[in-house]
Unconditional design. Structure first.
Length: 270
């Protein structure tokens, strides 16, 4: 069963339940409107301290929303009664830097020493962009956003190093400044863009061939705008070769009970 009927109207908890029961297997863009979705990275405890420091040193790519206790499967603060082993539609499992498989449930590989990191996601600011009259073609077409591995280095901590991943949205040229202002209000969701315009300047040789996600068509009056992306840990896994690292599959996010507005610094300042 992979139905779209009335799914956006369900609560985050109801959507997580459907995902857990394999009743919903689709990218989560457009689901649980107004609620924060997160990227996921799971590592053994012995690597977790360095990875937490890595996130803190690279906050544009890896803004932390919650870190679970070793062995804990419930995101107590952001999604009570959740189960991180089954509430993500699709997971990737990396072993020694190599993708060993994808699965909809990681219960059979779960370990008591696993530490889960929930990392901010740009879906929050996408909702804000759309509400403010900035259309996003991939969103309208039901596609995954385009994501690229760049030549921008992250700050190394312990074994963790590698290139930043960015997500790209084609924005009408006259609305780029507005898009910058809106997204800068969400630093916990990657904040303002890190590059605008020529993709080759950040090491992207073919804008029509993303490393993750789907191709985005750029119209004549649009320019490509790039934001730091929470898929960066996957490029870090491939570069740093940890014994095991489990992540979400790009586009299949973990849906929390947190409201987008809780992370809007413009509203919090009022």
């Amino acid at each position: 069963m992979n139905t779209h009927d009335n799914v956006p109207e369900l609560t985050p908890a109801q959507i997580r339940q459907k995902i857990r029961q394999n009743q919903l297997t689709r990218p989560t863009a457009g689901l649980a409107s107004g609620y924060v979705q997160t990227n996921v990275a799971i590592l053994p405890k012995e690597l977790s301290y360095d990875f937490k420091l890595f996130c803190e040193q690279n906050p544009k790519s890896c803004p932390l929303i919650e870190v679970l206790e070793p062995g804990s499967t419930e995101a107590i603060n952001s999604a009570p009664n959740s189960d991180i082993r089954s509430d993500v539609g699709l997971y990737k499992i990396y072993k020694n830097g190599v993708l060993s498989g994808e699965t909809s449930n990681i219960s059979n590989v779960w370990r008591d020493d696993f530490v889960t990191f929930l990392i901010g996601c740009s879906f929050t600011f996408e909702s804000a962009l759309i509400k403010n009259g900035i259309p996003l073609s991939h969103f309208e077409q039901g596609k995954n956003v385009s994501m690229f591995i760049t030549n921008i280095s992250t700050k190394k901590v312990g074994i963790f190093s590698g290139p930043m991943v960015v997500s790209m949205r084609s924005i009408e040229e006259r609305k780029v400044d507005k898009a910058i202002k809106i997204t800068s209000q969400f630093p916990s969701m990657h904040g303002a863009p890190i590059h605008i315009g020529n993709p080759e300047e950040i090491g992207i040789s073919n804008i029509n061939n993303p490393d993750f996600g789907d191709r985005t068509l750029i119209q004549e009056n649009e320019v490509p705008v790039f934001w730091a992306c929470g898929v960066t840990p996957q490029s870090i896994a491939m570069n740093s070769n940890p014994e095991i690292m489990i992540t979400h599959s790009p586009g299949y996010m973990f849906i929390t009970d947190k409201k987008d507005e809780e992370y809007d610094e413009s509203s919090n300042a009022n």
